[in-house]
Design a binder for this molecule. Structure first.
Ligand SMILES: [Zn+2]
Length: 461
């Protein structure tokens, strides 16, 4: 009996090794794999194995090929394979207002141009086409997760799913009548229906997005927090973006915006604050104590002359800081996380006089694992590790701006461009292949953008 059993064991062992290995849907291999795991490993001649929506193995190509048998593979011996980039703050549908009014301060830009243009043009169809244009640009440029705040956010969520893109998508709540809701009470009801509709979605995290302290009443802000907590949803808000916002809060309430929001209980739950340009030491202490993530938006802060966020201090204090392009309309005007990484690093250098203030490695972390942490999603995305969602990008390094390459991390931040992205996978599905979008109709989106340009221009005359 013992002999028969050991014979069976022997046969099954031979059988397993003959078949080879564990099944995988995909193996992607590249010259360098930047993992952003806890050890910040960069693997030369590396590979990643994927099954379903998850990463199941990361290692050298030799190790991965030995261990897994994949149905399909993508081998790019002259590319960098990295985690998909994470955008922690934007307004995707505003792409249709790209360049409508440039070179202004935030308050002038908002009140003289954006709010009137939005009042005349924003409809569900506007949001659908604007978000399609935004997702198209983001995916082609290697962004796999976007954090959005706008109106008709249910339509943004529909488009994210159609594009195959991951989104933390917040319905805007604001204290004056807007396209989708005429009162904050109506906006809160709309948001609750939206939170219920997209609960447990594999790609969409539905969020509550009160626009800012200065555009909402205390009651609305408290109700927004309560609604977010009822559904375990994140709350997204603009915070201390301009000096004026801080000065007004100090004049009116003798407290900074961060302290006012703290006194209202707005930070009591999962939260993400965009900008934080004018945070002081005590504000940062509050955000750290409450576990609030920060979205740093260097292009927008520079273009609107809002100031320089104290990012080095935030990082020293252990705050989770990600990157965002903010709006494409006049505060940036694109969705390009390669540019945000480059500018985040350079803005801290020039403002502190220290070239080591924010090194390339930290900038790349902010666009990946630190961004995931700011969103409270670091267990799911932000690095290439077994068990995480399969969100990855392949970046070509065979163009003049990419050679020679001494350090792939430095190359990602200071030399490579968004249009060097060649392939993109989100949640185990290939959505960009050889720099071509597979999920959206690019020609139709570009045509619609031109149509909207004519319509919006006419509406402002
Ligand atoms: Zn914004």
């Amino acid at each position: 009996m013992v002999r028969i059993c050991s014979f069976i064991l022997f046969v099954s062992a031979v059988f397993v090794s003959a078949i080879g290995a564990e099944p995988a849907d995909w193996i992607w291999s590249a010259r360098y794999v930047i993992t952003e795991d806890a050890r910040h490993r960069v693997i030369e001649n590396g590979a990643v194995a994927i099954r379903g929506d998850r990463i199941i193995g990361v290692g050298t190509k030799a190790e991965i090929d030995k261990r897994f048998e994949a149905r399909q593979r993508l081998d790019r011996p002259d590319a960098i394979l990295a985690p998909g980039l994470i955008d922690t703050h934007t307004h995707a549908a505003m792409s249709l207002f790209r360049g409508i009014a440039d070179d202004l301060r935030l308050q002038d830009w908002l009140t003289k141009f954006i709010f009137p243009a939005e009042a005349k043009n924003v409809t569900p169809e506007f949001v659908r086409w604007g978000t399609r244009l935004g997702c198209l640009e983001m995916l082609l440029g290697g962004t796999t997760t976007f954090t959005d705040m706008y109106y008709f956010e249910d339509v943004v969520a529909e488009v994210a799913k159609e594009a195959g893109m991951r989104g933390v998508l917040g319905e805007t709540i604001i204290g004056f009548p807007v396209a989708d809701n005429k009162t904050p009470a109506a906006a809160l009801q709309f948001t609750e229906r939206y939170l219920v509709r997209f609960r447990n979605d594999p790609l969409v995290v539905a969020a509550v997005a009160p626009h800012a302290l200065y555009t909402n009443s205390d009651e609305t802000l408290k109700a927004s927090r309560a609604l977010a907590n009822k559904y375990h949803a994140p709350l997204i808000i603009h915070l201390s973006e301009t000096k004026k916002e801080n000065d007004d809060a100090m004049a009116k309430r003798h407290m900074s915006p961060t302290r006012v929001l703290d006194s209202l209980g707005v930070w009591n739950g999962r939260s993400l604050a965009a900008h934080g340009v004018w945070l002081d030491e005590a504000d940062m202490g509050i955000l750290k104590a409450r576990g609030v993530g920060v979205a740093h938006c260097p292009s927008s802060n520079m273009k609107l002359a809002s100031g320089v966020a104290p990012v080095v201090r935030m990082l020293q204090m252990g705050l989770s800081v990600g990157l965002g392009p903010d709006g494409p309309a006049g505060s940036n005007n694109d969705f390009n996380l390669f540019e945000e990484m480059d500018l985040a690093a350079k803005l801290q250098k020039v403002s502190t006089g220290d070239p080591q203030a924010l090194p390339a490695a930290t900038a790349l972390e902010m666009a990946t694992i630190r961004g995931a942490r700011a969103l409270g999603m670091e267990k799911e995305i932000g690095s290439l590790e077994a068990g995480k969602r399969a969100d990855l990008i392949m970046v070509r390094t065979d163009r003049p701006n990419a050679v020679p390459m001494y350090d792939p991390v430095s190359q990602m931040v200071y030399a490579l461009k968004a249009d060097d992205v060649r392939d993109v996978m989100v949640n185990g599905k290939t959505v960009v292949r050889d720099a071509k979008i597979l999920t959206l109709n690019q020609a139709q989106i570009l045509l619609k953008a031109a149509e909207y340009r004519a319509r919006i221009s006419a509406s402002l005359k």
